[in-house]
Ligand binder design. Structure first.
Ligand SMILES: Cc1cc2nc3c(=O)[nH]c(=O)nc-3n(C[C@H](O)[C@H](O)[C@H](O)COP(=O)(O)OP(=O)(O)OC[C@H]3O[C@@H](n4cnc5c(N)ncnc54)[C@H](O)[C@@H]3O)c2cc1C
Length: 704
């Protein structure tokens, strides 16, 4: 089918708003909702745990309470005190980690109910019961161990695993909706009767409307949000309103998780979904839809595929690997801080929920634009729209022979090989009797002082000075030389001069020798030649130029010196209407007329833009204007306590920039598992200097 005749499906005018709302609610529920669930668990855990601790240290008073204040029928006071205190001390631990959360929450809920109905009627007890009830029926959320275990429990050897899964599904399906409805009505009634009814007229009217909306489950999220804001102005000492924090958690839970299925919101959303077929899960609407083929599942390709999730398009995403790689942290794999799995996520898993996208693993070897086909080996894959997002590879500026002696860093295999090479150099030096050779083995030269070179140099210096301390007997790893070579006058040339100089100082503090205005003229197995100066080194790493993928050759498009396809302002390949190039494989000018740099942010924004372009063409809408890159800044880190960050409006260096760098990189990682793993590995290596990934695997060592 040709793209021009493809448009037989035209979405409703309301579709974009419904899609945006659906995206927002998904984010609120899965992202912010998970953080809220964790906060609720921690808060409840500390309440119960502190109470348990107080009871333990005042055991006589505890037994007195169970004897006179709230005796447990059928149990002698000492036993009841022991059980009650045990629940308060043990169950919170499970809640904190989110393991067996439902089991831990049940005795806690019973304790709260027991106190409420046999001891003191308090709004706090009711809030505890409501929040614990949600934990039992809905589960502990994505930031919990249960969340990771649950998908595998059903088919595991854990006793009753299958039954537990079925019970959890039953609770969520049949008990959660009426429970949520009951809590909404109770909360609306509580707020109205205690906080609003006696207030001034305007306060009363606003409170009434909001409480009715909450009870009905109509516009629940905005209503609960406003109520949460208003609740900050409610007096903190009204006992019947309960602890302000618990009240806030309850309302925030409705903001993030919504009103549940027994609500007008759910009814309206059900109706709205029919205007937006991509939300119905019915794949028949995709019959006859245009075929969009995206080659490359890097930052650009993934962004494009993801942004096309609601489009009337059959998307095929092809990559030669089965995983998406977060290249900015590759150097940490090369220096044994992170494991490859921390920064690589299976592409299929990322697009699991996207019904209109098929993922194929295969290496594209060419394209036939006249036939509108992509060649994957002997297979021909037809397309209506083609997006080339195949990235870049190393470039040795025409000196390809250097590659054998100075490997670059682009793939996971490069990083593990580099790790093996660096670690093997220390191992060989330890076993070496020849002083000259030992010096050669302990000299590391990095050619190119862009962000990768700077980050790698800092990390190798730290590994040598701290990470390997006291582990060798013959050599002193801290005596290793790390030399960073830059042909220009400054390192990090894309950064403002002040930050380049700050980075240079930080590197020098770490013991890195920085050679500027030093052009490498030769690299061989024994070292590097810089002008007439020779540096003997067994490990030379290439962190200089890159060259675009050969995608431009496939379609015989015009290319720049780095092999990038010169694209138009709409990222289309000139002379075509259905082929686009994005990311590192495209040469695109920014507003200042200069070519945009090869950055993840550029690729991502271009991927999102191109999805809009293609969708507008499919739906015969006015296409967006020319692509504009929004530069939110760039960063580079130097070791474990310094970084530089150019955020346009402010320039930072030192430890503040380092913290910012860490936060941004964790946030940008694709999935939650990677974020947790990376934070844990960083935390561990930060505190202990221990590099847990110090494995030399395969035939990666060359220092032989
Ligand atoms: C070590 C390193 C550190 C970096 N640090 C930063 C940083 O700190 N900040 C920053 O913004 N940027 C950084 N970058 C640059 C950034 O990673 C790139 O700009 C970005 O990845 C470009 O995205 P892309 O989608 O164009 O290509 P890529 O992310 O490279 O993805 C290209 C994809 O295409 C696939 N592919 C290639 N050829 C074929 C084929 N023939 N058939 C099928 N699939 C194919 C590849 O397998 C890959 O998955 C770094 C890059 C490296 C290498």
């Amino acid at each position: 089918m040709s793209a021009a005749t493809a448009s037989s499906y035209l979405p409703s005018r309301l579709a974009p708003s419904i899609e945006a709302w659906s995206g927002l609610t998904t984010f609120l529920e899965k992202g912010a909702g998970a953080a809220l669930d964790l906060a609720i668990r921690l808060w409840l855990a500390q309440i119960f745990f502190v109470s348990g601790m107080l009871k333990t240290v005042n055991w006589d008073v505890t037994v007195f309470l169970y004897t006179n204040e709230h005796p447990v029928p059928g149990l002698d006071p000492a036993t009841a005190a022991l059980i009650g205190t045990g629940i308060e001390l043990l169950c919170p631990v499970f809640l904190v980690f989110g393991i067996a959360t439902r089991f831990a929450a049940i005795p806690m809920l019973l304790t709260a109910a027991f106190l409420q109905f046999t001891y003191k009627e308090l709004a706090d007890h009711l809030f505890w019961m409501a929040l614990l009830g949600f934990l039992i029926l809905r589960g502990p959320g994505a930031l919990s161990l249960d969340y990771f275990i649950a998908p595998h429990l059903e088919r595991s050897a854990i006793p009753f695993g299958h039954s537990l899964c079925r019970i959890a599904a039953f609770l969520a399906r049949f008990l959660l909706p009426p429970f949520t409805l009951a809590v909404r009505i109770w909360l609306a009634w509580l707020l109205w009767s205690v906080a609003f009814r006696a207030g001034p007229a305007a306060w009363q009217a606003a409170g009434f409307v909001l409480c009715v909306l909450l009870a009905l489950g109509l516009a629940t999220r905005p209503a609960a949000l406003v109520l949460a804001g208003m609740s900050m102005f409610m007096p903190a000492d009204i006992v019947h309103l309960g602890d302000p924090m618990l009240r806030f958690f309850m309302l925030a839970s409705f903001v993030l998780h919504g009103a549940g299925t027994l609500s007008f919101d759910a009814l309206l959303f059900l109706k709205a979904r029919h205007l937006c077929p991509s939300l119905t899960g019915d794949l028949r609407w995709l019959e006859g839809a245009p075929r969009v083929v995206i080659v490359g599942a890097g930052f650009g390709g993934i962004a494009a595929a993801y942004k096309l999730r609601h489009a009337w398009a059959n998307v095929t995403l092809i990559d030669q690997r089965n995983y998406h790689l977060f290249q900015p942290l590759l150097y940490q794999v090369a220096t044994a801080t992170l494991s490859p799995a921390d920064i690589a996520v299976p592409i299929r898993a990322m697009l699991r929920g996207q019904q209109n996208c098929r993922v194929l693993m295969g290496q594209v070897t060419g394209a036939a634009p006249e036939q509108r086909e992509v060649l994957v080996g002997n297979t021909r894959l037809p397309y209506d729209y083609l997006v080339l997002a195949t990235g870049a590879r190393h470039s040795y500026f025409g000196k390809d022979a250097w590659e054998a002696f100075a490997p670059g860093l682009k793939k996971v295999e490069d990083a593990t090989a580099m790790r093996g090479r660096i670690l093997a150099a220390f191992e060989k030096a330890e076993a070496c009797d020849d002083g000259e050779e030992r010096r050669r083995l302990l000299t590391f030269v990095l050619v190119g002082a862009g962000p990768t070179g700077v980050e790698l140099a800092g990390a190798i210096a730290e590994l040598a000075r701290q990470g390997l301390r006291e582990e060798f007997r013959t050599i002193d790893p801290s005596a290793a030389r790390v030399i960073l070579v830059q042909s220009g006058p400054l390192i990090l040339p894309a950064f403002p001069n002040a930050l380049s100089l700050a980075a240079m100082r930080s590197l020098t503090d770490l013991g890195v020798e920085v050679l500027t205005q030093a052009r490498v003229v030769g690299i061989d197995a024994d070292g590097v030649q810089i002008g007439d100066k020779r540096i003997e080194a067994r490990t030379v790493l290439w962190t200089a130029g890159v060259m675009a993928s050969p995608a431009g050759k496939w379609i015989e498009a015009e290319r720049d010196n780095a092999g990038r396809i010169i694209v138009g302002p709409d990222l289309a390949v000139p002379g075509t209407t259905d082929i686009f190039a994005i990311g590192d494989t495209a040469a695109c000018k920014g507003e200042d007329g200069k070519l945009l740099p090869g950055l993840a942010a550029v690729a991502k924004q271009q991927g999102a833009y191109i999805a809009k372009q293609i969708r507008a063409r499919i739906e015969r809408r006015r296409p967006p204007g020319p692509f504009r890159y929004h530069n939110y800044g760039s960063m580079a880190t130097i070791g474990r306590k310094a970084a530089v960050a150019d955020l346009q409006f402010v320039r930072l260096s030192g430890s503040l920039a380092w913290w910012l760098w860490g936060l941004v990189h964790v946030a940008l990682l694709v999935d939650l598992r990677s974020r947790i793993a990376v934070v844990f590995d960083w935390f561990w290596s930060y505190l202990t200097y221990n590099r847990s990934m110090r494995l030399i695997t395969g035939g990666e060592s060359r220092a032989d």
